[in-house]
Design a protein around this ligand. Structure first.
Ligand code: C2E
Ligand code: MG
Ligand code: MG
Ligand code: MG
Length: 249
């Protein structure tokens, strides 16, 4: 796996797919970038199959930079055109990549090179990075936040964070994990958890987005509870950028 992945980095066998994100007005507000490995014989390989190997081998560093660069190039394209200039892009950043001391300067370089308006760039972090070193995480977030980048806490509710961290971290958005959405219409516990996350986000002044929204009932329910943004198969699956362009039109 490691040597295959190393070859994939050298041969640039990756593709960034995009999944639309929606506002409560029912219009797209942007997309999340989701990496795919386009293997010449095995076809498209999902990130679940290779991200952990990439992290263990350190290959996540070059892969993550490629993702960020690809996302920024796309954002620049959108920002050139009045019909798409409002759209945002969310990029997943692994904890290992984020905790590298060079990360902030690498991001700065990519942003400057592509001259993007950073207020439409979001980085999705997971709570696992809090296991590392909270103070260092906050410093890194503040450096990037000063550039205009916003942070979303991905898979929220499944990790390690205490409410103490929520108060400390310079976050912009909470992303409700899809495991709470899946059985939302039949599971009372999921309903209370989702309700609690939304009202907490609102009172802390954070945006809240639900991932894994598959049915209209889930969408209506979340909308009634005050969830701001939505992402899931109901609105669209992750797709190549060419398809997203058609979709947005
Ligand atoms: P994630 O960031 O939490 O992304 C959400 C995952 O849920 C994606 O899987 C997406 O395709 C899937 N999904 C979206 N809507 C629905 C839905 O309505 N129903 C269901 N059942 N699933 C839905 P994907 O693309 O396989 O990515 C899996 C994970 O791999 C991501 O979870 C993220 O943690 C990681 N990943 C993806 N791209 C990158 C990347 O560029 N860098 C890093 N570090 N990690 C990445
Ligand atoms: Mg994500
Ligand atoms: Mg997630
Ligand atoms: Mg996830």
């Amino acid at each position: 796996m490691e040597s295959l992945l190393r070859a994939a980095v050298d041969r640039q066998q990756f593709e960034l797919y995009f999944q639309p994100q929606y506002g409560h007005h029912g219009r797209p507000i942007g997309a999340e970038g989701l990496i795919r490995w386009n293997h010449p014989e095995r076809g498209l390989i999902s990130p679940a199959a290779f991200i952990s190997t990439a992290e263990e081998t350190g290959l996540i560093i070059p892969i993550g930079l490629w993702v960020l660069e690809t996302a920024c190039k796309q954002l620049k394209q959108w920002q050139k055109c009045t019909s798409t200039e409002h759209l945002t892009i969310s990029v997943n950043v692994s904890s290992m990549q984020f905790s590298q001391s060079e990360f902030a300067s690498q991001v700065t370089q990519i942003i400057q090179q592509h001259a993007i308006n950073t207020k439409q760039l979001k980085l999705e972090l997971t709570e696992s990075l809090l296991l590392d070193n909270v103070d260092r995480t906050i410093i890194q977030m503040e450096k990037l936040g000063a550039l205009g980048i916003q942070f979303s806490l991905d898979d929220f509710g499944t990790g390690y964070s205490s409410l103490q961290y929520l108060k400390k971290l310079p976050l912009y958005q909470l992303k409700i994990d899809q495991s709470f959405i899946r059985d939302l219409m039949s599971d009372m516990s999921d309903q209370s958890i989702v309700h609690t996350i939304i009202s907490m986000a609102n009172s802390l002044g954070l945006e809240v987005i639900a991932e894994g929204v598959e049915t209209n009932e889930q969408f209506q329910y979340l909308q009634n509870k005050g969830c701001h943004y939505f992402q899931g198969y109901l609105f669209g699956k992750p797709m190549p950028i060419s398809e997203l362009a058609i979709y947005l039109r």
